[in-house]
Design a binder for this molecule. Structure first.
Ligand code: GAP
Length: 541
């Protein structure tokens, strides 16, 4: 296995090479914090969202004491009435601290610092040597300036112009798979000289800085920078038409709580789920898709009686951790971490972060938060929309008790979990002809099987064809008749395909095909009529 620090680089390269994940709008130099999923990646992410929906909404595990309960879904608009975000506290409080330089106008995140280094070099220089020389000795490079890694090429241009005093700056991104972990590189030609630009997270705190690290100018105090993306609704662009792209899917659920209660026969306790896009203008998008500006969430708001809220909180915390384990995330990389009192949001009486040890970090990072939100949200929306914080109280017929339900919120990131699944699946075995392969859990694997005629002649495609057609009706399956069989297996290994069926000369004699297993590259022969049945048995799907 490569060194841990190299693994991320290899994963990013494989994702790009095999069409899991690309940088968004790469042909124009990309845009920081936005990503596109390619053919394999979109199948993988879709499987993750479908499995979540199947396991949490359609068929959740029975509740405490084997109690059945209802789960329903909603699919709300991304842009909502801005009052939703006032009520939720996002307009006032959803922000990161920022410090600006009063002279050069550069902006730094208030809690840490990132640097861009420009290194003088010739186009013929070896990029790997160059980056090796930058890594760990950022202070040695020709110039240091602050800027968020992953910032767009357009954001970089004025900075570089100012630094180099150059009239002409052309910038091109070097493919990210050439970059060491945590670094993005840009190829820059300024007034005939060639530079490489590498941006890199230094982890240094800016809180204690007295002056701008670039020009020595005076820094402002840390100021709140709201993370919501703003837009305008309608023809007039003024204060009154401001709207926001939702930064979480949860508020659509709260805003529809009464609609769902009134239009269905759900009874407390029950949950409402939603999967959908969320947008945050993150100051420092980084670590591949881990922190993006556009991402998808898989959220549940579970409404229960206050007296049972602790029990449901523990239920969801355990169910959610178990779900990750059931999909092949090894327990030594998965950590439920109960937030300390200081970390808790003011309304929360308990939150557990379910964390995963990604290769880019020494510490586990959040995949999902399971939060006990009390009655904060329904009361806030009751107050802001109806002037009565008890407006969304429910009545229990039998006891005539009226109460505002408490909420348990398991909130997961679809992109973060996709990245965790990719990192967990990444396997390296030097003894194999092609060492890199992806050990996806069968439920998540983008392609479940492949069918290969050993050669594209001698009647083999005629036997392979009906096998492929039969499997494809039930499972995502690919047919490939080109290249050597070793190369075809290697391609399927990189795509994480659990089984390949090969039709060869022997098939014509005794009707058997080779089944080749991804994980141990073992091969057995089975009757050609049993391919689909074999796949069903092995995949347990
Ligand atoms: N409604 C609660 C909520 O949104 P959060 O902790 O801010 O809570 C929940 O987000 C999950 O959404 C996170 O655990 C993470 O998986 C995902 N997430 C949040 N910000 C993200 C970002 N910038 N990029 C990718 N995923 C993100």
């Amino acid at each position: 296995m490569p060194e841990r620090t190299d693994i991320m680089e290899k994963i990013v390269a494989l994702c790009r090479r095999r069409g899991f994940i690309f940088g968004s709008s790469e042909i124009y130099g990309g845009i920081g914090g936005f990503w596109d999923y390619g053919p394999l990646g979109c199948e993988l992410k879709k499987n993750i969202k479908d499995v979540w929906w199947a396991d949490m909404v359609r068929n959740p595990p029975p509740g405490p004491d084997n109690r059945e309960f209802q789960m329903v879904g909603v699919d709300c608009s991304i842009i909502m009435n801005p009052k939703v975000w006032e009520a939720s506290g996002h307009v006032g409080g959803f922000s990161d601290p920022m410090r600006d330089c009063k002279s050069c106008k550069l902006r730094f995140r208030g809690d840490y610092l990132c640097r861009v280094g420009l290194v003088r070099c010739e186009p013929t220089d070896d990029i790997h040597d160059l980056l090796a020389s930058i890594q760990g000795c950022v202070a040695d490079v020709t110039f240091l300036a602050e800027c968020a890694p992953g910032c767009s090429i357009e954001e970089l241009k004025p900075l570089i112009k100012r630094v180099l005093g150059a009239k002409r700056v052309e910038l091109r991104f070097v493919p990210q798979n050439n970059a060491p972990d945590g670094t993005t590189i840009t190829y820059c030609v300024a007034d005939g000289k060639t530079y490489y630009v590498a941006s890199r997270f230094t982890g240094q705190s800016t809180r204690d800085l007295d002056e701008c690290p670039t020009c020595g100018g005076e820094l402002t105090e840390a100021r709140a920078f709201n993370l919501m993306f703003q837009t305008h609704v309608g023809a007039v662009q003024d204060e009154s038409s401001i709207a926001y792209l939702r930064p979480e899917t949860a508020q659509g659920i709260f805003a529809n709580f009464k609609n769902v209660m009134d239009s269905t026969r759900v009874k407390i306790p029950f949950g409402i789920a939603q999967v959908g896009k969320a947008f945050r203008n993150e100051i420092n998008p980084r670590n591949f898709t881990f922190r993006s500006r556009e991402f998808e969430q898989m959220e549940i708001e579970f409404f229960c009686h206050p007296s049972e809220s602790r029990m449901w909180y523990e239920y969801w915390r355990d169910v959610r951790k178990g779900w990750y384990t059931s999909l092949g995330i090894k327990s030594d990389k998965l950590r439920p971490r109960e937030q300390s009192k200081e970390e808790l949001a003011h309304y929360s009486c308990g939150t557990t972060d379910i964390e995963y040890l990604f290769p880019f970090s020494d510490e586990p990072q959040e995949l999902e938060g399971v939060a006990h939100r009390g009655d904060f949200d329904l009361k806030a929306h009751g107050k802001h929309s109806r002037g009565d914080e008890n407006a969304f109280a429910v009545l229990v017929e039998e006891t005539k008790e009226r109460f505002v339900p408490h909420v348990i919120e398991p909130s997961a990131g679809a992109d973060r979990f996709t990245l965790a699944v990719i990192c967990e699946a990444y396997s390296y075995d030097e003894s194999r002809a092609s060492p890199e392969f992806m050990k996806f859990h069968p439920r998540l694997a983008p392609i479940k099987a492949a069918v290969f005629p050993l050669v594209a002649k001698d009647g083999l495609p005629e036997i392979a064809d009906p096998i492929f057609r039969e499997i494809k009706k039930h499972f995502p399956c690919q047919y490939d008749a080109k290249q050597s069989i070793g190369k075809r297996y290697a391609r399927m290994d990189e795509a994480g395909t659990p089984f390949c069926f090969t039709i060869d000369g022997q098939t014509k004699e005794d009707g058997t095909v080779t089944v080749r297993t991804r994980d141990d590259a073992s091969q057995i022969r089975i009757d050609k009529s049993r391919c689909l049945e074999y796949l069903r048995d092995q995949l347990h799907l």
